[in-house]
Design a binder for this molecule. Structure first.
Ligand SMILES: C[S@@+](CC[C@H](N)C(=O)[O-])C[C@H]1O[C@@H](n2cnc3c(N)ncnc32)[C@H](O)[C@@H]1O
Length: 205
């Protein structure tokens, strides 16, 4: 069941008119542009205020932006309108949503490390199911080294992503590429400063 305390926490974070994670897309996602299909369906998981879903729609994809926060989705709708793109929305918990099978050409999960290990398994199983065979998976998250920087992300080490964890979850995918970096990130006040991040791209067998 959706944790109402979690939902309340995010609703409060999104209650101000600013975009907490900015209006510009995540840098790693933008670097994945050469891997994107020219058309097709994309799922943006826990897409929040919509910066990544809107960017995917600008690349010609038919985007479904999934998040449980009505306040974030109101901003995402405004951002889509501001950029003259159509984005569809699903308001749901990413651990409980009925992920349709073989439905998306692209699934993007950018900074969604609110999941406990048990719930992460549900989320990743859903994302895996939702991808079509040959579909592109894109993941961006923080590594445990981020705890030293404190410039964004959760404080629970078990919620952060490691190469080993990603390889165990998606090692059967094709063209698996994982990159770790420590760099300056400026993606709204929510993600600002030197950060330890990890990115994955891979295609579903
Ligand atoms: C750190 S923000 C990242 C938002 C977006 N992916 C981005 O990069 O700008 C995390 C997002 O996850 C959403 N979220 C948290 N828990 C969720 C859950 N259980 N189900 C759906 N969305 C959730 C929040 O509402 C928030 O929009």
């Amino acid at each position: 069941m959706t944790d109402n305390v979690d939902l309340q926490h995010w609703e409060e974070r999104f209650s101000t008119p600013d975009y907490r994670f900015g209006k510009e897309p995540n840098k790693f996602l933008v670097r994945c542009k050469p891997l994107l299909p020219r058309a097709g369906k994309a799922l943006a998981v826990a897409d929040g205020e919509g910066r990544n879903g809107v960017w995917l729609a600008q690349q010609g994809l038919d985007v479904l932006s999934l998040d449980f926060s009505p306040s974030a989705q109101a901003k995402a709708r405004a951002l889509a309108a501001e950029n003259n793109v159509d984005v569809a929305f699903a308001e749901a918990d990413v651990h409980e949503w009925a992920y349709p099978e073989n439905a998306f050409d692209v699934v993007a999960e950018i900074f969604t490390q609110f999941s406990t290990p048990q719930k992460r398994a549900l989320k990743w199983a859903g994302m895996r199911r939702a991808l079509k065979s040959g579909g592109l998976l894109i993941i961006q998250g923080y590594t445990p080294r981020q705890l030293e920087y404190g410039t964004g992300g959760p404080k629970q080490v078990e919620q952060l992503y490691t190469r080993d964890m990603l390889e165990r979850a998606f090692g059967d995918f094709n063209a698996l590429h994982i990159s770790e970096e420590e760099c300056e990130l400026h993606e709204g006040p929510g993600h600002a400063g030197i950060s330890a991040i990890i990115g994955l791209t891979a295609t579903k067998p």
